[in-house]
Write a protein that binds this ligand. Structure first.
Ligand SMILES: Nc1nc2c(ncn2[C@@H]2O[C@H](COP(=O)(O)OP(=O)(O)OP(=O)(O)O)[C@@H](O)[C@H]2O)c(=O)[nH]1
Ligand SMILES: [Mg+2]
Length: 194
């Protein structure tokens, strides 16, 4: 199982909150610099990815290196990835998407989600993190925009995008149980207490 997302989205924080693993998180984008693997149960490894996108104190070359490393990992291991959870910061999603759009660039989050869909088909979920930082309207509008960008209304109703906050714990129970259900369906045991 892998966790992907831009630097600072909250990947490591969510992993710590749902698994209890002692995974380092931090204020600066680029806290997780290496692909980090943790054993969850027999045959099941959890992979915390470095974020790709802008990193604090790193050169463009380092940023591109991280991106290549993440993509290479996903592509070469696609057959063994039981589940990918893409973590994004929903409180800044619209603003960041707009800024990139003006430069003619597709949102890194959207790009990544579409890539995961290509590689893994239904084997991926989206965690829309930091809902505590967005007011109700911002959050709803950002979720609608995200849905539209990744393809249609049926998506939320399928229980595919999970609004969560690693800080307050909101939504984490639902995310955890969705992860659990999907892994169990693929024949894995999980250590999650639901
Ligand atoms: N307000 C708020 N802050 C959060 C939430 N989740 C994470 N953070 C904070 O966001 C920062 C980044 O969290 P990390 O878990 O290190 O993010 P990451 O995606 O692993 O980042 P990289 O390792 O740099 O790719 C930390 O300061 C966290 O405390 C959340 O739900 N709400
Ligand atoms: Mg991290």
């Amino acid at each position: 199982m892998v966790f992907t997302g831009r630097p600072n989205a909250g990947k490591s924080s969510i992993i710590r909150a749902i698994t209890g693993l002692n995974v380092a998180s931090g204020k600066r984008p680029g806290t997780t610099r290496r692909i980090s693997e943790y054993s969850l149960s027999k045959g099941l490894t959890l992979v915390d990815m470095p974020g790709y996108g802008r990193l604090t104190g790193a050169s463009r070359r380092t940023e591109d290196g991280v991106k290549d490393e993440v993509l290479e990992f996903l592509e070469s291991n696609a057959g063994e990835i039981a589940l990918a959870v893409h973590v994004l910061d929903i409180s800044t999603f619209r603003e960041v998407t707009r800024r990139l759009e003006r430069k003619g660039i597709i949102s890194v989050d959207v790009e990544m989600i579409l890539l995961l869909r290509d590689l893994l088909d239904e084997g991926h979920l989206v965690a829309a993190n930091k809902v505590d930082k967005a007011d109700h309207d911002e959050r709803e509008e950002a979720l609608v925009e995200l849905e539209a960008l990744i393809g249609g209304e049926q998506i939320l109703s399928l229980g595919y995008i999970f609004p969560v906050s690693a800080r307050t714990g909101e939504g984490l129970g639902e995310l955890k149980s969705a992860i659990h259900t999907r892994l169990v369906a693929k024949g894995f045991r999980t250590p999650f207490r639901l």
